[in-house]
Design a protein around this ligand. Structure first.
Ligand SMILES: Cc1ncc(COP(=O)(O)O)c(C=O)c1O
Length: 466
C-alpha cells in the first residue's frame, strides 16, 4: 500500500466517521461519492453503482454531462446571482420561453423556485390568488388524494396524502387529502377498469359537493404517483374524467409533475399521455436534472389574466428564485433533451425494461405488481401474491431491499404502497433517460441478483415467525 493511498484512505474514513451532517439515518454510514459518469456513480473506495433511480428520479440525463458543465462555466463567468426584484436575466428569460414552447396549451408563465416542494406550494398559492383576483374570496381549499406526495414544506405537506411524512405535524396541517388514488392493483372498490366507471375519479365530484365548490380553489394530483405509491399509473380515461369534474365545478387542476415532468414518461408533460392540459403545473427534479436546484410553477394564460389585470404580482418567491446560474443550467438540460432527441426512445426503453422486470415474476413470488409508464417503473412487494398480503412492518423489507441492491452496486428508490399508505412496500426503478439497452440488461441482472439475496434473507427472517 503506497503512502498516497494511505492518506486517501484516512481522508475517507474521517469523512465517514466524523460528520456533523444531519443525514437521513443518523446511525448509518454512507459511502462518500467521488464522481459520476452517465448512468454510473463511483464512490471514494472505487465502488461502482448503476444509478437505476437517477438519485431521486432526478438525474434524467445522467451524470457528468459535458455540455451542462460548459453551460455552468459560461454562466458563472458572467454572473451567478441577481435578485429577481432588481434584475431579470437572459438565462431566465430564455428558460421561460423554452418551457412555454415545450409544453402544451397556454401554459406560458413560469414562476421559478428551487425545489419541488416550493413549486407545488407556489402552484397552490397561485390557484388561491387567481380566485381572489376574480373577486371570489372563499375558494381557498385544495383537494388532493391519499397515497400522494407533494413536498415537505407545510403547505405542500398539507396537500400530501402520505401518513408517514404527515404524522409528526398533523395538528399544523390542513386535511387536504380527501379521495382515493387510481390504485388498480388494490382497487378500493374491488373493480377493474374500465368497467369500474372510474369510481375513484367520481369520488372527486362527491367530495366537491360535500365541501362546496365555492370553498375549493384547486385539485392537485401526480400523473404517476411516485414516492407514496411506487409508480401507481392511472387507467386510460381517469384524468379526462378528473379534468371534466374540475371544469364542471369551476375548480382548477394542478398537475404535480415534479417527478414526471420533462420526459420521464416519454412526453414533456406526463399529463399529455392522458390527453389533458392542466391549469397550473409544478416542475422540479428533471428540470435541473440534478445539476442545480431549480423548480417552477407554470401557469396558463387563463390563470395570469386576472392577476395581470389586478394586483400584478404573484404572492410567492424565494431569494434564489430565477437566479441566472440555475436557469442557464436548466436551459442547457432542456436543450440537451431536444438536441439529442432523448424523449423519442423513452417509451420503447420503458416497455423493454418493464417486460424484463415482468419476466422476473415467475422466479420471485414476492413481486406483487410491476407498473409504471415510460422510465418511471415500480415494483410492489407482497408476502403472498395470491392474497396480495403485504409483508409485516417489522420485517422492514424496503430498507433491506435497498441495502442489498446497494451492496450489489445498484441504486433503487424506496416508495410506499398500500391503500392506507402504511401497510405496503414498493420501490421505483427510474434510470437516467439516456440509459442504453446494454445498461438496462446490467440493471436487470443486478436486480435479479438482489432479489435472490432478498429471498434468502426473507426466508431466514420469517422462519422464526412460524
Ligand atoms: C411528485 C413530487 N412532488 C413534490 C416533491 C417535492 O420535491 P422536493 O423534494 O424537490 O422538494 C417530490 C419529491 O419527491 C415529488 O416526487
Amino acid at each position: 500500500m503506497n503512502y498516497n493511498y494511505l492518506i486517501f484512505k484516512m481522508k475517507v474514513v474521517s469523512i465517514v466517521e466524523k460528520s456533523f451532517i444531519i443525514k437521513p439515518m443518523l446511525d448509518e454510514i454512507y459511502p462518500v461519492i467521488d464522481y459520476g459518469k452517465g448512468v454510473y456513480l463511483f464512490d471514494m473506495e472505487g465502488k461502482k453503482y448503476l444509478d437505476a433511480a437517477s438519485g431521486a428520479v432526478t438525474a434524467n440525463i445522467g451524470h457528468g454531462v459535458k455540455e451542462i458543465m460548459e453551460a455552468m462555466l459560461h454562466q458563472a463567468k458572467k454572473v451567478s446571482f441577481v435578485y429577481r426584484s432588481q434584475f431579470t436575466s437572459e438565462a431566465a428569460e430564455k428558460l421561460a420561453e423554452k418551457i412555454a414552447a415545450l409544453i402544451p396549451g397556454e401554459l406560458n408563465w413560469s414562476f421559478f423556485v428551487n425545489s419541488g416542494s416550493e413549486a407545488t406550494e407556489t402552484a397552490m398559492k397561485m390557484a388561491i390568488q387567481y380566485w381572489q383576483e376574480k373577486g371570489v374570496q372563499t375558494k381557498t381549499k385544495i383537494i388532493s388524494r391519499w397515497v400522494s406526495y407533494h413536498g415537505i414544506t407545510m403547505g405542500a405537506l398539507s396537500m400530501s396524502g402520505h401518513p408517514g411524512r404527515r404524522a409528526r405535524f398533523v395538528p399544523l396541517l390542513e386535511d387536504f387529502p380527501a379521495i382515493n388514488p387510481p390504485y388498480c392493483y388494490r382497487c378500493p372498490y374491488n373493480l377493474e377498469a374500465p368497467s369500474c366507471n372510474y369510481l375513484c375519479a367520481q369520488e372527486l365530484e362527491t367530495t366537491i359537493k360535500r365541501i362546496g365548490a365555492e370553498q375549493i380553489a384547486a385539485f392537485i394530483a401526480e400523473p404517476v404517483i411516485g414516492a407514496a405509491g411506487g409508480a401507481i399509473t392511472p387507467p386510460k380515461d381517469y384524468f379526462k374524467q378528473i379534468k371534466k369534474i374540475c371544469d364542471d365545478h369551476d375548480i382548477l387542476f394542478i398537475a404535480d409533475e415534479v417527478m414526471t415532468g420533462f420526459g420521464r414518461t416519454g412526453t414533456m408533460l406526463a399529463c399529455e399521455q392522458w390527453g389533458v392540459v392542466p391549469d397550473i403545473v409544478a416542475f422540479g427534479k428533471g428540470m435541473g436534472a440534478g445539476f442545480v436546484p431549480i423548480a417552477a410553477a407554470v401557469a396558463s394564460d387563463k390563470i395570469m389574466e386576472p392577476i395581470l389585470a389586478g394586483s400584478k404580482s404573484v404572492m410567492s418567491g424565494h431569494t434564489l428564485s430565477a437566479n441566472p446560474q440555475s436557469c442557464a443550467v436548466s436551459l442547457a438540460v432542456l436543450e440537451y433533451l431536444e438536441k439529442n432527441e432523448i424523449l423519442k426512445e423513452v417509451e420503447s426503453k420503458g416497455v423493454y425494461l418493464k417486460n424484463q422486470l415482468e419476466k422476473l415474476t415467475s422466479q420471485f413470488p414476492f413481486m406483487g405488481d410491476v407498473r409504471g409508464k415510460g422510465l418511471l417503473l415500480g415494483i410492489e412487494l407482497v408476502a403472498d401474491r395470491g392474497t396480495k398480503t403485504p409483508f409485516l412492518r417489522t420485517l422492514s423489507v424496503i430498507p433491506k431491499m435497498i441495502a442489498l441492491a446497494k451492496e450489489k452496486g445498484l441504486l433503487i428508490y424506496p416508495a410506499g404502497a398500500g391503500l392506507d399508505g402504511v401497510n405496503g412496500d414498493s420501490f421505483i426503478i427510474a434510470p437516467p433517460l439516456t440509459i442504453t439497452k446494454r445498461e438496462m440488461e446490467e440493471l436487470v441482472y443486478l436486480l435479479k441478483d438482489t432479489f435472490t439475496a432478498f429471498s434468502k434473507e426473507i426466508s431466514a427472517g420469517t422462519e422464526g415467525d412460524h
